[in-house]
Design a protein around this ligand. Structure first.
Ligand code: IPE
Ligand code: IPE
Ligand code: MG
Length: 256
């Protein structure tokens, strides 16, 4: 059941987890790096560095247990409001992460994709990301979506622009527009909606993440800050998800 991860041996115990009801798509708001560092008297940079370590473990674990899509919120369209020095550090960590991890991810059949507008990222970062996507595009394992300079509202506006463009070019008939067609214009066109959205560090909001796609996602907020979120934490959140009852506006089966 658990896939072997080349170059790394770790033990994953799937106690109390229903292997047949794993979420297909897990999306994570990786929050709390700054607070993690502050609690330890460290600069925020150290929190971001440790956050990258956490990400390594989570990607590996998600792939090993057979999750098909993993989306992580790495940089929002609002994060440009942060001090230039912090933005610079986040960008260089991102580039370093891709550079160091690409071979291993590729060998493990991970397909890297991007959500968000990467053309507004520093040129070298954008190039690194595009290279990683290109190199892994034919892989069939975990689809790993990096939400970078991503915002749900910007994504919806962009989808709308694509639709208007296609309508005016007669590539789309106005009356054919429905929810399914609309979703095809989003950055997540090829992914199912996430069944599970996880947010770390106790904050209970979406912060502009997957606004369309998370309409019926189960949201699990954990108190741990992102650098402390490990494989065990991921399995715990999946257990919580499996104990939820998803109704999608309907009623309980037994009441029917
Ligand atoms: C998440 O941690 C990382 C990014 C948003 C890029 P934060 O940097 O938001 O950490 P807190 O929320 O200030 O603790
Ligand atoms: C959301 O976290 C964005 C990412 C995790 C990349 P923030 O820390 O930016 O969100 P707010 O400002 O607390 O809502
Ligand atoms: Mg935050």
């Amino acid at each position: 059941m658990i896939k072997i991860w080349k170059t790394h041996q770790n033990k994953i115990i799937l106690d109390n987890l229903d292997k047949d009801r794993l979420p297909l798509h897990v999306a994570i708001i990786m929050d709390g790096n700054g607070r993690w560092a502050r609690q330890r008297g460290l600069p925020r940079t150290m929190g971001h560095r440790s956050g990258v370590e956490a990400l390594r473990g989570i990607v590996r674990c998600a792939s090993q247990i057979g999750i098909k899509y993993l989306t992580v919120y790495a940089f929002s369209t609002e994060n440009w409001k942060r001090p230039q020095s912090e933005i610079g550090i986040l960008m260089s960590l991102l580039k370093e992460y891709i550079r160091l991890e690409l071979e291993e991810l590729h060998r493990n059949d991970v397909k890297i994709c991007v959500l968000g507008n990467i053309h507004q990222l520093p040129k070298d970062v954008g190039e690194e990301v595009i290279y990683a996507c290109e190199k892994t595009k034919n892989n069939n394992g975990l689809v790993f979506n990096l939400a970078l300079n991503y915002g749900g509202r910007a994504e919806i506006i962009q989808a709308f622009q694509g639709i208007l463009h296609d309508i005016s070019n007669n590539n789309l008939a106005r009356e054919d527009l429905n929810e399914e067609v609309f979703a095809k214009y989003l950055d997540t066109a090829d992914c199912p909606d996430p069944e599970l959205v996880i947010r770390t560090s106790g904050e209970m909001r979406l912060s502009n993440f997957l606004l369309w796609q998370a309409a019926y996602s189960e949201i699990v907020v954990v108190e741990e800050c992102w650098p402390d979120f490990n494989e065990e934490s991921l399995l715990d959140t999946i257990r919580i998800y499996q104990n939820r009852e998803r109704r999608f506006g309907g009623i309980k089966k037994v009441e029917e």
